[in-house]
Design a protein around this ligand. Structure first.
Ligand code: PLP
Length: 384
């Protein structure tokens, strides 16, 4: 097999051809600025508002509750820092979980430097937030809780509905980072009961550099940047019309075809899991049963994730050893450590993340090559 076997779809995804096609005309003849008063500008405005309405329909909210941003990181920052700063007179305490993406954890730490207090909810061994611990952290001053919907490293699905119920009872704002949930789980904001929700286009076959923030009407934020009145001044800056059209199309495909895609991907993940656990010695699962259909995280005892990653790359197989943002550093994954695994186990973890484009042949090829790679590394490893 001479092609790339791409199993790193939690890092980013291939832009869907239908999405690319949808965007092209906004790089071509329809290049207007949506703030301009003439036809070209009004066309751009119409494109943006149509995209917003389409997304609002999918998320079961009002169009004015949808904000376009530059990425998931930016949506997380606006939601958490924006809310905390806006309501700091109400309370200065923030709660998040130990397995969040750095886009959330670093934002919370930054707020700590501004005088906010923060607490981190533990996860259980299976990587799912410990609700009793989370509840015990709530104080009268807690103003916002941010817990992700699906974890990017293990795929573990978090009890969002339960957390939103707790938040509503206590009058606390609730944000969820749903970046890894799009196309895999329901995004119905009313059913989930969330006040704010983050999505990122490049995780569901739109391009990189476009994000969505759902912000319930009535929740106010201090913006991160200042400028014109774009996006209700929550996110000023000339709107990226092609990418906005693209993310709306991508979300429509992801949600409309979700059942079909899950039915394709889930059995492939099951096969990958079954073959690895039965054919490769000393392999242990870091992904619980309650996980999104595309993510499988496995630790191979005594091995370095980095060396497996590089060896697999020689065969054209692309996987990850943690979140993309932290690979390059040799720090073990904070997510795997938070689940109570030791440093060696965390170091030996590999994340496989599948997509609608993954084939059974690719899964078999991956396991066959992985067996060779591990056998070779174990033969020369001092740890065994
Ligand atoms: N949140 C999660 C759970 C992610 O997996 C990622 C990206 O890996 C982000 C946030 C950041 O999104 P973006 O790359 O669009 O900034």
């Amino acid at each position: 097999m001479n092609k790339i076997v791409y199993l790193d779809n939690n890092a980013t995804t291939k832009t869907d051809n239908g999405v690319l096609e949808e965007m092209l005309k906004y790089f071509g003849e329809e290049y207007g600025n949506a703030s301009s008063q003439y036809t070209l500008g009004m066309n751009a405005r119409e494109t943006i508002e149509n995209a917003r309405s389409k997304i609002a329909g999918i998320l079961n909210c009002m169009p004015k509750e949808i904000f376009f941003t530059g990425c998931g990181t930016e949506s997380d920052n606006i939601a958490i820092a924006g809310t905390a700063r806006r309501y700091k007179n109400k309370g200065n305490h923030i709660i998040t979980s130990a397995i969040e993406h750095h886009a959330v954890l670093e934002t919370v730490k930054r707020l700590g430097k501004e005088g906010f207090e923060w607490s981190i909810a533990n996860v259980k061994e299976n990587g799912i937030v410990d609700l009793d611990h989370l509840k015990s952290l709530i104080k009268p001053t807690t103003v916002i809780i941010s817990v992700m919907y699906a974890n990017n490293e293990t795929g573990a699905i978090q009890p969002i509905h339960e957390i939103s119920t707790i938040c509503r009872e206590k009058g606390i704002y609730f944000h969820t980072d749903a970046v890894q949930a799009a196309g895999k789980l329901t995004l119905n904001t009313k059913e989930l009961g969330v006040d704010m929700m983050t999505l990122s286009g490049h995780k569901f076959h739109a391009p990189k550099g476009i994000g969505i923030l759902f912000k319930r009407n009535g929740v106010n934020v201090v913006p991160l940047t200042y400028g014109g009145h774009h996006e209700q001044s929550v996110r000023p800056g000339t709107e990226n019309v092609p990418y906005i059209a693209g993310i709306a199309k991508a979300l429509e495909i992801a949600v409309n075809d979700m059942e079909k895609h899950v039915a394709h991907i889930a059995p492939l993940k099951e096969k990958l899991k079954r073959r690895i656990l039965s054919e490769i010695e000393k392999s242990t699962l870091n992904t619980p049963d309650e996980s999104v259909c595309n993510t499988l995280n496995v630790s191979f005892s005594g091995l370095e994730g980095e060396s497996m990653l590089l060896s697999l790359d020689e065969y054209g197989i692309e996987v990850s050893t943690g979140s993309a943002c932290s690979s390059g550093s040799l720090e073990p994954s904070h997510v795997i450590l938070a689940m109570g695994r030791d440093h060696l186990t965390a170091h030996g973890s590999i994340r496989f993340s599948l997509s609608k484009y993954t084939t059974e042949e690719e899964i078999d090829y991956t396991v066959d090559r992985l067996k060779e790679v591990i056998e070779r590394i174990r033969r020369i490893s001092p740890y065994k």
